[in-house]
Each structure stands twice: as C-alpha cells, then as structure tokens.
Design a protein around this ligand. Structure first.
Ligand code: ATP
Length: 489
C-alpha cells in the first residue's frame, strides 16, 4: 500500500525502502538489528549532507581543518577517554519471554521521568517501586545489569592487540591534536572536524536509523587558549530559539523558553560566548539544509545527566514522529580530553603559544549523527500535495538533480539521449522512458528531483524542451542551447 502520510517511523522506513533510500542490513538473511544499507538515492543524499558539513564548516572558514582517523583504535585511547570504564547502559531481561529491555528507556517511556545518568541501583529501585514489567508479555523483569557498548576486536594472529571499533569519532581528533598542530600551521583558536563511522552495541536499536549500531558522525572539537576564553572575535546573530532549560525540566510542567543565542552566555547557561556561538552554528547548519525552525529546539542537560567531561551540554532536538528527541549534541569539554591523553600516553600534547605551553580548552563540540540529520532532512522534505507525494529537498541536496524524458519513446529517444548526455556532464541526471509522462513526473517528485525535462515533437523542430518544476509543477519551454545555463541559474 502506498503511504500518503508519515504517521510513524515505520512509515518512513517503508517509504525509504520503496524508493531506494535505505534498506535493512543483511535483509535477505532475516536482517541484523541496528544495521542499515543505503540505497542509490539514500547514498547520494547522505553524501550531500556530509559535503554540506565540509562546505559550511571547513571550506567557508579560516579556522577549521578536516581529518579522517582510523575506525579501529587501541584500547588505551578508550581507557584515557573513560569509555572502557563508563560507556555502558543498564538492561534487564524478562524472566518469562527473555526480551532484553534497556532500563532507562523503559522508565522514560512508561513514567515520563528523565533518568539519564542515574546509577543502576536507583534505576532498579524505580522499576520495583512502580512495578514496571516486560513491554511484550508483562512478565517480571530480572535485576538490571550493565552492558558495555563498545565492540571489541583482536588485531593480528598471535598475541593480538586489544582494540575497539570507535564508539565516537572525536577521540582521534584529540589523539592527533599534536600531529595537526605540527603539520598544518594552525593557530589557536581553531577547530578540527571529522566525518566517519562509529559503532555502539546498543542494547535495543530502534526507531529506524535513529538508534543504530553502526552509524556515522560529524564532529568538531574547537580549541581555544585556556587563558583567552573571553577573547571572542565573531558575532552571534541576533536570533532566538526555543530552549528547554535544566531548571524547567525538573518542574512538573516544563515550559519552553525563548532565548537569543547570545543570551545563552549572558544568562549563564553556557560558560563562554564561544559555546553560544557554536550552538548557533550547529543550528544554522540545519536551517541551511532546509530543516524548518519550528521542528527544532534546544535542551540543556540537567546536572544529573551531564557527562563527566562536560561543564555544559545542549542537545539540539527535532520533532520526530516518535516525539522530540536528540538530533545532535554540543558539549563544552574544557581541557578534559587532552589532559587525559597527556596523562595516559605520557606524550606532550600541549600547545606552545610563543611564551609557554598550554593545554587548549575545547569550548564546544558540535556532534552530529549523519543518519539523524538524514532523517530530519527527509521528514521535513516529505509533503503530500493533493494526489502526489513530493520530497521538497533544497536543490543542492536532491539525489537526482534533473530528469530527462522522451515524450514518445521511439520518436523522441535520440534527441532525449543527446540532452541527457549533455546534462549529465554538469549534474546528477536521470533518464526515464518508461510509463506515462504523468507517472514519470510522480516518480521524480517522490525522489525529490527538482526539474524534469521533456522532449516532444516540437523539440525536434524548434530545438527546445519543456522544463517542469517540482514544487510549483509549472512548465516552461527553454531552448536546448540555453538549458544548462537555465538550470544553473
Ligand atoms: P542518545 O542519548 O540518543 O543515545 P548520545 O547522547 O549517547 O545519544 P552522543 O554520544 O552525544 O549521543 O553522540 C553524538 C551524536 O551521535 C548524537 O547526537 C546522535 O546524533 C549520534 N548518535 C549517537 N548514538 C547513535 C546511534 N546509536 N544511532 C545513530 N546516531 C547516533
């Protein structure tokens, strides 16, 4: 059955499968929970989102470099970062049906109280107090246990070295800090960004791409001289945003408040102007991707959920079909990570400022899952317009940029192929000669293609084509010789 509306995340998954955006990993063998394969359209969209990150944060700035670290990383890295000891979640098993349940999610879903960061004993007490049972069979739940979320690997055939698939990309930014400083002539303040795979053995992967076991991250670590945190050369635009503060979250009826981004600093919600600025930049990146402002808000981490390394963290949240959830995070990590790696590796990872050696402070860490950004972009683009589904992607994100159709296959194919071959030199073009012209338009609307070019009888005589625009469905005749310029405009 065709989906006419997105009501649930399952509808999104079904649509993505039908159109070739995303497929279940290992599907023909029954699937593997938490692993997804991107199809032809999805791969292009995902790559364009990553390219947009590079354009926005690297290409258009003077103070950012890009690296690409190894996925498999020595155990020492994760001992220093704190992951070996503390990157774990609590789970419980149903004593009857053996379903495995992530305990904090169970409590949050059933009781609507935030429990992120609470110790296992307290989680267990809440389950007992509220008599929470298995969500599948109502069976009694066993005492919760911790489960380490990192996938470990043994490297080499004899005396294997213990290593892990990285659970986040940022640590290789810290371990390469000195290499980047020595090789790239960067001067504080500057940032290092990385795009790459991360792996977490999530207890209960769910909500399609939202919580997967293999995913990609876009991360930035922004380093500032620790004695110059108040020297801030940029401007924070005079823009407001909805924020759910930590104080509000402990009230019975938490209220959203409007803050200007600069007020996050002036009202002491973050420690530096830098952090407020990077929270704005992360948000603005989403606006540039075409995500609508009313679907975005920020949530401040409560003191009980703040990570050990962070003095302030703000999550950017999106209104998914399953509620407001974390799209990305942005933490002030101060000197924690570099200091830890100095301690554990015994290497000198300091920065020489001309007078003395300092450990730079990470004033902000915009951290973004690619697949969560992918979902937000897709959900925001999805529109039902009378009898058609149309993905109104911004043009630069469209996985097919222009489609070319001969009106009648046999009569117009030759010229249509010529036009197609001309256009594909410049853009991601697609050729389609099957089905009625109406069906071909619909297929392209559902793929988010902004322009369809049709070659008909007049085209052969007059050397022109019809261009149909996706959103307005308006049609226009354009000379073939002007087509590339017209589409570029
Ligand atoms: P959550 O609370 O949802 O588990 P987190 O706070 O553990 O997320 P971080 O460690 O801050 O997430 O990771 C940074 C970003 O990486 C997240 O905001 C999200 O966009 C992405 N991310 C984290 N875990 C997953 C996952 N299992 N699947 C997809 N994306 C993820």
């Amino acid at each position: 059955m065709d989906i006419k509306e997105i009501k649930s995340i399952e509808d999104v998954a079904a649509f993505c499968k039908r159109k070739g955006f995303v497929f279940q990993g290992s599907e023909i063998y029954g699937g593997l929970a938490g692993f997804w394969d991107y199809g032809p359209l999805g791969t292009v969209l995902k790559n364009k989102i990553k390219q947009h990150w590079i354009k926005y944060f690297v290409q258009k700035r003077d103070d950012m470099v890009l690296i690409d670290g190894a996925i498999i990383t020595r155990e020492d890295v994760w001992k220093a970062s704190g992951h070996v000891d503390s990157f774990k979640d609590a789970f419980s098993t149903c004593t009857k049906c053996k379903k495995v349940i992530r305990v904090d999610h169970l409590i949050e879903d059933q009781l609507k109280i935030p429990v992120e960061g609470l110790p296992i004993k307290e989680l267990s007490n809440i389950i007992k107090k509220h008599k929470l049972v298995c969500t599948k069979c109502k069976g009694k739940l066993a005492e919760p246990k911790y489960f380490g979320l990192m996938f470990d690997v043994q490297v080499g055939p004899t005396n294997p070295t213990k290593a892990y698939l990285r659970p986040e990309t940022c640590q290789t930014i810290f371990t390469n800090f000195k290499n980047v400083v020595n090789s790239s002539r960067v001067k504080l303040p500057f940032g290092i960004t990385q795009i790459g795979k991360a792996f977490r053995n999530e207890i209960a992967p769910r909500d399609f791409l939202f919580r997967a076991r293999e995913f990609e991250q876009l991360e930035i670590e922004y380093f500032v001289h620790p004695d110059k945190l108040s020297e801030f050369p940029y401007k924070i635009p005079n823009k407001s945003v909805n924020v759910l503060t930590a104080k509000e979250q402990i009230k019975k009826k938490p209220k959203l408040q409007k803050f200007k981004f600069k007020e996050l600093f002036s009202k002491n919600l973050v420690k530096t102007k830098w952090h407020a600025y990077w929270i704005y930049q992360h948000y603005n990146w989403f606006l540039e991707l075409g995500v609508s402002e009313k679907k975005l808000r920020f949530r401040e981490h409560r003191p009980d959920e703040l990570s050990h390394y962070s003095s302030a963290t703000f999550d950017i949240e999106y209104e998914f079909p399953f509620g407001w959830k974390e799209l990305g995070g942005n933490a002030d990590r101060s000197q924690f990570d570099l200091s830890q790696h100095i301690k554990f590796s015994k290497e000198d990872l300091t920065y020489f400022d001309g007078e003395k050696k300092v450990v730079p402070a990470v004033v902000a860490e915009p951290s973004q899952g690619v697949s969560r950004a992918f979902l937000a972009v897709l959900l925001d683009a999805f529109k039902v317009d009378k009898d058609r589904i149309v993905l109104k992607f911004k043009q630069e994100l469209a996985p097919i940029e222009v489609a070319v159709f001969p009106l009648v296959k046999k009569q117009h194919r030759e010229l249509a192929r010529e036009v197609y071959e001309m256009l594909r030199e410049e853009s991601l073009a697609f050729y389609d000669e099957t089905g009625s012209i109406g069906k071909r338009y619909r297929r392209m609307d559902e793929s988010g293609c902004p322009y369809c070019v049709t070659i008909d009888h007049d085209s052969i005589k007059k050397k022109d084509v019809t261009i149909r625009e996706r959103d307005s469905m308006k049609q226009k005749r354009v000379k073939i010789k002007d087509l590339v310029e017209y589409l570029k405009d």
